[in-house]
Design a binder for this molecule. Structure first.
Ligand SMILES: [Fe+2]
Length: 199
């Protein structure tokens, strides 16, 4: 009987993700949807990668967790006897799930890696990232005695950049309405602030 690798991956991470489990489950769901939409992608690779992609974050590695996560996935999959070519693709996807690739190499990134990146970012585009930016900027600026409103344009730029970093049309379509609502919110705040300060 064929090995159910998705189940093996899910079981391997059971109990490990703690508070980030809802994020990982959402990424698995988004990755599955995207793989359905792009049948040329290796669905098993995509979903296995989604289950394993944030293992290094559990180890407390916020920075560089993609590199370490790719190593952990490689170790687990090698020990479990997963076919090496597919294990490579899983590791490759995890390695590229945090930072988008630009330039000539962008077009060369395997579809499975694009899907994992997009799946990881979809909920961030839906508003999480914007809220995080505002809180982070507000906290930092308050410590420096400045005013966070002055940083709205750069927060907007970062937020737009995140949306534009998405690789697949399907992911963009899925988050479009929330993205536009968030931009509208930012623009209303900026407009209201301009009026207030113009008085
Ligand atoms: Fe993630």
């Amino acid at each position: 009987m064929a090995v159910d690798w998705v189940r093996r991956a899910r079981e391997a991470v059971a109990g490990k993700y703690g508070p980030i489990l809802p994020h990982v489950e959402a990424v698995v769901a988004h990755a599955g949807d995207l793989a359905t939409h792009y049948p040329q992608a290796d669905r098993e690779v995509v979903v296995v990668a989604a289950w394993l992609h944030d293992l290094a974050r559990v180890e407390g590695e916020a920075d560089g967790h993609a590199t370490r996560g790719a190593e952990l996935a490689r170790e687990f999959l090698a020990a479990a006897g997963y076919p090496p070519a597919r294990a490579n693709l899983v590791a490759w996807a995890i390695l590229h799930h945090t930072d988008p690739v630009y330039g000539p190499e962008r077009g060369e990134l395997p579809l499975e890696a694009r899907i994992l990146y997009d799946a990881d970012k979809m909920d961030r585009v839906r508003g999480y990232y914007l809220a995080e930016l505002l809180v982070t900027v507000g906290t930092r600026v308050a410590g420096e005695g400045g005013h966070w409103l002055a940083h709205l344009p750069s927060a907007r730029e970062l937020y737009v950049g995140l949306f534009e970093s998405l690789y697949t049309e399907r992911a963009r379509e899925a988050v479009q309405a929330d993205y536009e609502a968030c931009l509208d919110f930012l623009d209303r705040v900026t407009l209201a602030t301009g009026r207030r300060e113009g008085r």
